[in-house]
Design a protein. Structure first.
Length: 241
């Protein structure tokens, strides 16, 4: 065997067993997704998060790395979810003046959207015969992932499973939301943005900003308010469903 190949193999074995590999993989995968998103002129189906998930899943399968090992490195990114949660105060603060002018319709939309997201997901899962762990993880799945994981812990369900459902919800919302809103004939940017923020939280908000700044502003406001309302009300709502 070529000594150089052996040397490279030894380096690969070292890197694949290091937490640093998982961190580099995560950041690189998202960079690839972001690059393709920009190259396709921000085409909704080329969502950078969806691409990053696929890239990470493929690589982990190729190198036969278990999720627990991957998370040892990815936890550095996971740690930043706490910071992201606190930063939700920023769009709420900036949107207070706007919120006062449209308080009634926005609060009705927030409550209706939050309730429908829970009832529809839990109802479908129940009708399909899903077990209690899956059904429980569906309750907070439409709240932004950092808060959803905290709510899941309060409910006694898997935060990891909840995070998976939250990310899938955000990805689907970002990919399909604009088309659905177009089909419904919704034209006002503040309405479109608020709907995206309630239904698809952070990933949907990112998509809303890519479409129009006003839509992004209202989406970030909706995401923050939905997170607060979800953290307070979902544990109580679960007792009645």
């Amino acid at each position: 065997m070529n000594p150089n190949n052996l040397h490279i193999a030894e380096i690969w074995v070292y890197l694949s067993g290091s937490p640093l590999f998982a961190l580099i993989l995560t950041l690189t995968a998202y960079q690839i997704g972001s690059y393709l998103y920009q190259k396709t002129d921000k085409y909704p189906l080329a969502n950078p998060v969806a691409i990053a998930v696929i890239v990470v899943a493929v690589v982990l399968n190729l190198v036969d790395m278990p999720y627990q090992k991957y998370f040892e490195g990815a936890q550095f990114v996971h740690f930043l979810l706490g910071t992201a949660t606190v930063s939700l105060a920023v769009p709420i603060y900036r949107g207070i003046a706007v919120l006062k002018t449209r308080l009634v319709p926005l609060m009705i939309a927030l409550l209706c959207g939050g309730v429908v997201s829970i009832v529809s997901a839990v109802g479908i899962a129940t009708l399909m015969g899903a077990d209690a762990a899956i059904i429980g993880a569906f309750y907070p799945k439409s709240v932004t992932a950092p808060i959803a994981m905290g709510v899941a812990e309060r409910l006694g369900v898997s935060p990891t499973l909840t995070a998976v459902f939250a990310v899938i919800t955000g990805i689907l919302g970002a990919m399909l939301g604009s088309s659905i809103l177009n089909f419904l004939g919704m034209k006002a940017w503040w309405q479109r943005g608020f709907a995206m923020g309630v239904a698809a939280h952070g990933i949907g908000t990112s998509r809303a900003f890519a479409v129009h700044p006003e839509a992004g502003t209202y989406a970030s406001l909706a995401m923050g308010l939905h997170g607060i309302a979800g953290a307070l009300l979902i544990p109580f709502l679960k007792n009645y469903l």
